[in-house]
Design a protein around this ligand. Structure first.
Ligand code: SF4
Length: 78
């Protein structure tokens, strides 16, 4: 089975809420700094958050990737 990885380069997030609207199970806005958090992710490098998602969550996160105004969401399939 293929693995789908969702990556968030959080530093440049402007907290627009678009990703949250597409996939509220994966994204929410932080009360602390107003940027979005990738729920359940791990910080693999400073400011870079990664998690694996299922095939079912792929489409909505591709839309989040497409529409993120800061272009800081990346979906990769391997
Ligand atoms: S769509 Fe992009 S800029 Fe907007 S909250 Fe999500 S990650 Fe941040």
């Amino acid at each position: 089975m293929s693995k789908i990885k969702l990556v968030h380069y959080r530093d440049k997030c402007i907290g627009c809420n678009s990703c949250v609207e597409y996939s509220p199970e994966n994204w929410d806005i932080s009360d602390k700094d107003g940027k979005s958090n990738l729920i359940g992710s791990k910080e693999t490098k400073k400011g870079v958050f990664v998690k694996e998602i299922s095939e079912l969550e792929l489409e909505e996160n591709k839309l989040a990737e497409r529409d993120c105004p800061s272009r800081i969401i990346q979906v990769t399939k391997s």
